[in-house]
Each structure stands twice: as C-alpha cells, then as structure tokens.
Design a protein around this ligand. Structure first.
Ligand SMILES: Cc1ncc(COP(=O)(O)O)c(C=O)c1O
Length: 464
C-alpha cells in the first residue's frame, strides 16, 4: 500500500524533556525543511513516505536531529539496528578495519570475510552449511531463488517455479519483487510467465489479524493452496522452491506450526527447496536468533540481512553446501559481498548480541511491552483490534469503530503524533503500528514509548 508523501508544514509541539525524549521545535523542525526539500528535489518521491525527521545522529535506541530534538527510536532504522545504533564495539570494529587499509577485496580471499562466514556457519541450524555474503537483503533473496531454481533444473528442465506466500515481502529486485505478495505496481508482469506462483498466507496480512482462509489455517491451509496450484497445472514437478518469512514483518507473528510443518514435509516429499527469509525477523529480533526457531522447522536455505550488522550493508545466504556449491567458480558472487569493513561490522554485531545477551534482553522487554500494550487494547477495544508479536517484533493493529477493517488513517496519525512527542515510529500505511526498537532499549524507555502511544491514541479518538 502506498504511503503518502509526508507533510512538510511544521506542526506545533508541546516541549518534551524526559530522560530520553527531547522535543524543542515544531515538527518537522523548520530549519530542516530546506534540506528535506532539496532531498525531495534530488530523489524520487518513493523516498518520501516516512516522518520528515532529519537524522543527524543515532546512538543506542536514540535518534537526534541537529536542532535539539531527540527521539526514542521504535523503528531501529528499518528493523536493522538490533544491537542499537552506533554500538561502540561495532564502531571500533569499523575503525580498525579501515585502519587496516583494506576497503574492498571482491571475491579475492580475505580474512574478515572468512571470520564472518565461519561464524554464520556455526550459527546455522542447517547441517553441512556454507554461506555467501551480499550487501542488500534483496540481493541475498535473489541468490536463494536462483539456487533453488538451479537445484530444480538438475531434476527436470521445467522444475523452476517459485512458490511464495501472499503478503510476504522479499525485496525490490525483480525476482524478489515477484516473490513478494503485496499488490504492487509490477503486477503487470504476470507472475506465472516468470514461473512465480503464490498461495494464500495462513494469517491475514493486510486486513485485521486472523486467518486469511475460511476454515482451518494450519496444515489444511497449506495443502489447499498447493492443491489450487495443481489445479492450475502447476504441480510439484514444476516447482523448484518455496520461500516464506517464518515470522512475517506485517503480522510479527510466527507462522502456525502445523502450516510450517506441512510446508516442510511437502517440500521434502517433492524435492522442492525451502528458503526462509529471515532478513527482518532474524538476528535476534523475535527473541531467538532465527525467527524460524519458533516454528521448529529447518529449511534448506536461510537469508539474513538488516540486523546482521546493525549498521553497514551486509546480507547472507546460508544453506546446505550441496545447494550453495551448484554454481561453478565465478558464477555466483557480488562486487561488494563480504566487503572487509562490512564483514568486520557484522562480526562485531554478532559478538555484541551474544556477549550482551541482547536477544534475551529483547525477549524480556518485549514481554513487558506486550503486557502494557495489551492493557491499552483492553481499555480501547473499539480502536485496537490486536496487539501481537514475539520478542521486540510487535505490531498494534488499529480498527475503524464503524467497520471491522484496518484504520490506516488512525494508525498513521498516531505514529505522526508520537514523532511530535519524541517517539520515532513508521507510518506503515497499512493500519498498524510497528514496535521494533533496538533490542538494547531500556525497559523504562520502552514503557515510556507505550505511554506516548496511549496519549496519542486518546488524543486522536477524543478529537473525532
Ligand atoms: C523480509 C524481508 N525480505 C527482504 C527485504 C529486502 O531487504 P533490502 O531492503 O535490504 O533489500 C526486506 C526489507 O525490508 C525484508 O523485510
């Protein structure tokens, strides 16, 4: 769903000075507007959907502009700064990597790349894993899709189809886009012509939470999706791979266990590769290192990104070595994949997550946040349809009082009002609020953020 270009008219604010929040200007800060206008003149409007805050510094769970304002960050950038922004150990790793005077190596052997790869292989639940590094999440998704197709083609030249779930998101390059299931401007590219197929997700992703199916939503839902494909002439003999988000970014809820098990069993039975896109839900976001740990299912490939470095662009595909070794030398690489500075940042990030026990900390904070947001839902059931999530991967789904459908306007108005009160949030354009701060957030700061959301909700509904 498209977001509106964010307004650049300064809105009055009431001064805020808490331990973590500081708002001392109207929002957007008047002095930031000429800069944001120049940005808008220089880049496409697709970049203009978020609250117009001119980031100057981001540290831990705080974001600052240079006009004296400071926010508690519930976005982690775009769910990427799992270890917190500018973590001192990540900064130090980046500094010592640059002091080494090795800024790029392409696929030539390098030790920073080796160290990160070996760490990822240690973390991998997939037996006999290898891994490959990229920069963006979407590149890593493309790699996973390509590997699954290479594998299928070995079995039969026509076993190249990719199945994905409606509403799941996998990136913006072409194959990743086709695997993504939101209605999108590329719908003119007929998925089936590109051998991409979708089945319904077991949970409603864009509407109010609940099943996207009538009837049972677990194993039965998966099977009925696959049966419907077969009725269109797309049987397993045409399918090379299945890709899904084990904990989708839109629901922030793990897929039902029996859906995941049915998918894995079916994939195994038909020699279809299973890829889990953990770009958003991985690296500790859900209270476990891999989101798929909530499902109890091991895939053939795992794709990571975002929280893998909590900072610089690093993504990875981890998977069975027999799969990763299908492309021949020189056939699968990327200029910046495994860049030594990025690899050092990612390795330091993984070490920080471990040493500071941030995944457990995130799970504990998440539980308290859920409790407090649950109280808000109990107080305002007419406006809040559901509060759901795992770890610090939480969404608050708003509904219209007159019809049981997502209240996009209310959700985005709350997010914007929260920004004016010193809590940085996304406007999702989909009728929900996303609560995804760095895992290192102080529990009291997280509670303060929930209280701000409460104030904004009350203010908004009493203004109607
Ligand atoms: C689940 C998932 N997959 C893939 C991507 C694409 O990653 P990137 O934006 O780094 O290309 C994203 C980004 O939001 C994502 O959330």
């Amino acid at each position: 769903m498209a977001m509106n270009v964010s307004e650049l008219t300064p809105q009055p604010t009431t001064a805020v000075t808490s331990r973590w929040r500081r708002i001392v200007t109207p929002i957007p800060a008047p002095a930031s507007i000429p800069v944001i206008e120049r940005l808008r003149a220089a880049e496409p409007q697709s970049m203009a959907g978020l609250p117009p805050i001119l980031w100057d510094q981001a540290e831990g769970f705080l974001v600052r502009d240079r006009f004296g304002n400071q926010w508690i960050d519930l976005t982690s950038g775009i769910v990427l700064a799992n270890a917190g922004h500018s973590h001192p150990r990540i900064l130090e790793a980046i500094r010592s990597a640059t002091d080494q005077r090795l800024l790029a190596t392409y696929a030539f052997p390098s030790e920073p790349r080796l160290r990160l790869l070996e760490k990822l292989i240690t973390l991998s639940p997939i037996p006999n894993s290898k891994a490959i590094l990229y920069s963006s999440g979407t590149e890593a998704t493309e790699c996973a899709l390509l590997l699954m197709r290479r594998h299928g083609q070995q079995i039969h030249p026509r076993k190249v189809g990719i199945v994905s779930l409606a509403g799941h998101y996998h990136g913006r390059t072409l194959a990743a886009h086709l695997a993504s299931g939101m209605p999108q401007p590329t719908d003119w590219i007929e998925r089936a012509q590109a051998q991409h197929f979708q089945i319904p997700a077991p949970q409603s992703l864009t509407g109010p939470p609940g099943n996207s199916h009538d009837g049972p939503c677990g194993a039965e839902c998966f099977r009925s999706g696959i049966t419907a494909l077969a009725e269109r002439g797309v049987g397993p003999e045409h399918i090379a791979g299945l890709i899904l988000e084990p904990v989708p970014g839109t629901t922030t809820m793990p897929l039902p266990h029996d859906f995941a098990t049915a998918a894995a069993d079916w994939a195994k039975q038909h020699n279809v590769m299973l890829a889990f896109d953990e770009i958003q839900c991985g690296c500790g976001r859900t209270g476990k290192f891999f989101g798929s740990e909530h499902l109890g299912v091991t895939p053939d490939l795992i794709v990571l990104g975002k929280g893998l470095a909590s900072s610089l662009p690093v993504s990875a595909v981890i998977g069975r070595s027999t799969l990763l070794d299908l492309p021949l030398p020189g056939e699968m690489s990327s200029t910046h994949g495994g860049n030594p500075v990025c690899a050092a940042a990612a390795l330091a990030n993984l070490q920080v997550l471990e040493d500071e026990r941030l995944i457990d900390a995130g799970a504990r904070t998440g539980a308290v946040v859920m409790e407090r947001l649950g109280g808000l839902q109990r107080d305002y059931p007419q406006s809040i349809r559901a509060v759901q999530g795992v770890g610090l991967f939480i969404s608050v789904h708003l509904r219209k009082p007159t019809a049981d459908e997502p209240d996009v306007e209310l959700a985005d108005a709350i997010a914007q009002a929260a920004v004016r009160r010193g809590v940085l949030m996304f406007t999702t354009g989909r009728g929900y609020l996303k609560f995804t701060p760095p895992l290192s957030i102080d529990v009291e700061a997280a509670m303060e953020a929930v209280d701000v959301i409460r104030e904004c909700l009350i203010e908004r509904i009493s203004a109607i």
